[in-house]
Design a protein around this ligand. Structure first.
Ligand code: FFO
Ligand code: ATP
Length: 232
């Protein structure tokens, strides 16, 4: 039934497109990106980010211990962890990536394919060069053999970038849908990594059918379970 009452019924706004989830997400992304630039751009922002990177590493000690245990248990293929090469105003996960590599994990980074999917490259700290991605907005990405778009299905853990996460487990990314697509077929522990102010109240972010919830969120303030902690 079409609501033409003009009374402010939420269904009315949804039907006219005003509060469609994609529109709400767009507005939230704009605000969150602005807040990120204000807090993390420039010299003072870079210092804040660097100081937070060591606290992110400390907060992730349980993750590093879990991965080290998995490495000790696994007697065959390498234990893989997907990470991301942070853009200058994203939370800096590189010290954590190095710690996970030292614990014996193989670290994957996403690369653009030119299409709707991401591909994944295995990182070697001493050998792998990062070069600017040919795709807009992707930042630097590693050069090297590509493992294929399905690589997350074989990972032990995915550290996912986000602009924000809410306490029901909904993750808001940059809007490409890349992580939602990559995670759709993968039953894997997903930990989003964001700045402390980007962990929002449950329900603050709209969730659509294809949005893949996360089980945990990692910030400089700690590692927090969100939703029911299973990523459901
Ligand atoms: N460090 C890092 N690497 C990453 C990601 C990330 O979020 N962080 N990605 C995570 O997926 C992928 C790249 N993400 C991208 C996501 C969207 C757009 C993009 O062009 N977005 C549009 C629409 C944004 C909007 O609707 O607000 C745009 O900016 O015009 C580009 C890259 C892979 N690598
Ligand atoms: N599993 C999927 N299969 C096909 N298309 C998808 C899937 N998931 C998301 N999309 C498409 O991607 C678009 C962007 O999704 P969304 O706004 O949730 O991105 P995001 O989660 O912020 O971005 P990202 O995952 O790259 O960080 C959606 O409008 C949808 O059309």
């Amino acid at each position: 039934m079409v609501d033409d009452s003009g009374t402010g019924d939420p269904a009315h706004g949804a039907e006219s497109g005003e509060d469609a989830p994609q529109e709400v997400k767009r507005r939230l992304r704009r605000a969150l990106r602005g807040a990120r630039r204000a807090r993390y751009a420039g010299d003072a922002g870079a210092r804040r980010r660097e100081e937070e990177a060591s606290r992110i590493l400390a907060a992730a000690s349980g993750i590093v211990a879990d991965v080290a245990e998995e490495v000790a248990r696994a007697d065959r293929d390498p234990v893989l962890v997907a990470c991301f090469r942070p853009l200058p105003t994203e939370a800096d996960v590189m010290p954590l990536a190095r710690a996970l590599a030292e614990a014996g994990a193989g670290i994957l980074f996403p690369v653009a394919t030119g299409g709707e999917e991401l591909d994944w490259v295995l990182w070697d700290e001493d050998e792998t060069a990062f070069a600017p991605s040919p795709a807009d907005g992707f930042g630097a990405e590693p050069t090297g053999d590509r493992l294929g778009a399905g690589a997350l299905a074989t990972t032990h853990l995915v550290l996912a970038p986000a602009l924000a996460v809410d306490r029901s487990g909904t993750r808001l990314g940059h809007g490409g849908g890349y992580y939602d697509r990559a995670l759709a077929p993968a039953r894997v522990r997903v930990v989003a990594v964001v700045h402390p102010t980007e962990v929002l109240a449950a329900g603050a972010l709209p969730r659509e059918g294809f949005d893949r919830p996360v089980a945990e969120v990692l910030t400089a303030e700690g590692l927090e379970r969100v939703g029911d902690g299973t990523g459901a």
